[in-house]
Ligand binder design. Structure first.
Ligand SMILES: NC(=O)C1=CN([C@@H]2O[C@H](COP(=O)(O)OP(=O)(O)OC[C@H]3O[C@@H](n4cnc5c(N)ncnc54)[C@H](OP(=O)(O)O)[C@@H]3O)[C@@H](O)[C@H]2O)C=CC1
Ligand SMILES: Cc1cn([C@H]2C[C@H](O)[C@@H](COP(=O)(O)OP(=O)(O)O[C@H]3O[C@@H](C)C(=O)[C@@H](O)[C@H]3O)O2)c(=O)[nH]c1=O
Length: 300
């Protein structure tokens, strides 16, 4: 093995936070946020400094959980989104290739154009509809082109008890408003940061021993729903727990995407086919409701 220990970037994000827990048993962990630590840089906005950090540390693996994830905001700051989502991963990949490290990186269902209704497989043609999706795809492509050993996980609709996500936004809005309109024609699978972190630890370990298992994988909880049904599930669980404060929302209306305009276009079909991940790593992915219910119990 080339180096020693694991370098984690983006330690305070939804996935990064869970990775601090899940990666700890695998060996020495250097976990950074954008502010770095001493001479170690963790800011994706400075790709050269990131690469220098990798070369100084020479880790066995780098796990990059940092990204520009504000989908609508990315439309008005494409250069920043490109730097964080494409140029920084490219620099990390070059440095990983130089020191022989395994690079673990996360990408998104938003690399697809959302056509059809069958789950997307890893080899399917991409066609991002948004700046976020396009810059995430460019990041993936740079990693694959670099020749570094890598694991790229495309996941979807990530949530955690901690951090910003759709379920938490819905609970906040439902405590403030009597009426909500929620899109009912975008399909995907809410996927817990906990699950992503646990699978990362498992696959990283296997991949360090069996480099041939590297590559691009779809990683999402089992089953599919729409944002509307997902929100209703969250409200139902909240009410059955008789949690306080009581939700003031009285009407939750399903709407089509074109009646809910947003700066970024989102795919209608975000279903990811995870057959490859389950087969190569011997995993079974739980239904999406399982992790969502667990997260809700934690925050209530
Ligand atoms: N959230 C989702 O629904 C999905 C996410 N993904 C992908 O999964 C990965 C993890 O996402 P998730 O945990 O949800 O994201 P979060 O938005 O929760 O966290 C992103 C992290 O990136 C950090 N970050 C932002 N800018 C910089 C910077 N310039 N330098 C260093 N760190 C920075 C943030 O730090 P700070 O807190 O300081 O801003 C934050 O800790 C990302 O690659 C994302 O694209 C894929 C599909 C769905
Ligand atoms: C707040 C709100 C949103 N929506 C819609 C808008 C959008 O189509 C959908 C989800 O909106 P959000 O902005 O919460 O989620 P969004 O930022 O699009 O979530 C995405 O984040 C990135 C990082 C990913 O990689 C994706 O997998 C996905 O999780 O819900 C409503 O219909 N009603 C509402 O009141």
């Amino acid at each position: 093995m080339a180096g020693h220990g694991i370098l984690l970037l983006g330690k305070n994000g939804q996935v990064g936070w869970e990775l601090q827990r899940a990666l700890a048993p695998l060996g020495p962990l250097t976990a950074l946020d954008r502010h770095g630590q001493g001479a170690l840089h963790g800011d994706l906005n400075d790709p050269d400094a990131l690469a220098a950090t990798v070369c100084a540390l020479r880790p066995a693996a780098i796990v990059n959980a940092a990204a520009h994830t504000a989908v609508d905001r990315a439309e008005s700051e494409p250069a920043l989104a490109r730097r964080l989502n494409a140029e920084a991963p490219a620099a990390l990949a070059q440095a990983a290739a130089e020191v022989g490290a395994l690079l673990v990186h996360y990408s998104t269902d938003y690399v697809f154009n959302g056509g059809g209704d069958t789950p997307w497989r890893e080899g399917d043609a991409t066609g991002p509809l948004s700046v976020y999706g396009a810059t995430k795809l460019a990041g993936e492509e740079a990693i694959r082109a670099s020749g570094c050993r890598h694991l790229i996980f495309r996941t979807s609709w990530v949530y955690a008890a901690r951090g910003g996500n759709f379920a938490r936004t819905m609970l906040r809005l439902a405590a403030e408003r009597e009426r909500l309109t929620i899109v009912d024609d975008q399909w995907g699978a809410p996927t817990g940061a906990e699950l992503i972190a646990d699978i990362t630890a498992h696959t990283l370990r296997q991949c360090l021993a069996r480099p041939e298992d590297g590559g691009t994988y779809h990683l999402a909880a089992a089953g599919y729903t729409t944002w509307f049904s997902y929100a209703n599930h969250v409200f139902g669980q909240y009410r059955s727990a008789q949690a306080a404060p009581e939700l003031v929302v009285k009407e939750v209306e399903p709407v089509a995407s074109d009646t809910f305009p947003t700066p970024a276009r989102r795919p209608h079909n975000s279903r990811l086919d995870t057959t490859r991940l389950q087969a190569v790593f011997g995993l079974t992915l739980p239904p999406w409701q399982q992790g969502v219910d667990r997260m809700l119990k934690e925050i209530l």
